[in-house]
Every structure is written in structure tokens, then in C-alpha cells.
Design a protein around this ligand. Sequence first.
Ligand SMILES: [Zn+2]
Length: 89
Amino acid sequence: MKTQEENERELLRKMIQADEESRLYDTIKTKKIFTLWQCEICKDEFVTDNKSRYQMVGCKCGKSAVDDEEGYTRTIGKPKKLKTFNKDD
Ligand SMILES: [Zn+2]
């Protein structure tokens, strides 16, 4: 049979653990992912990030553009995905 003090200590430990886990999850969730694109028409390179909302990023010639968001990517013209990378602000 556990004492009340032991129970409280265990509860506190669980709460701290849950808090740490949720903070870790937030860090993963809010990580910015950048994508490097190249327009196949003018060969201009441009970068999008998955945190910008409703913002099209385009190349020099204006024929290719990308709206990169969490969950979906909208493209116009002929942008080619070169690579994705993470960057810490
Ligand atoms: Zn272009």
C-alpha cells in the first residue's frame, strides 16, 4: 500500500513527463521546412517554406510559382523540386 506522499510524488512525476513530451512534440511540429525549387523555363531558383500561409513564391520569369503549406503544395507552371532542408531561425 502506497502512502499519500508517494502517490503525489508519482503524479507529479507523470505530469512533468507529459509536459516534456508535449513540448518536444511542439518543437517537431513547428519546425520549418524549406524547399528549393527551380523554374524549368528560366532556370531561376527560389525557396518556399511550409510555414507561410497563402503566399505564392515565384521565379523571375513569373511563369512558375509555388504555394507550399503544411499538408499540401500548389504549383503553377514548371517548378522542379531540387531539395528540402531545415533551417533554424
Ligand atoms: Zn521562370
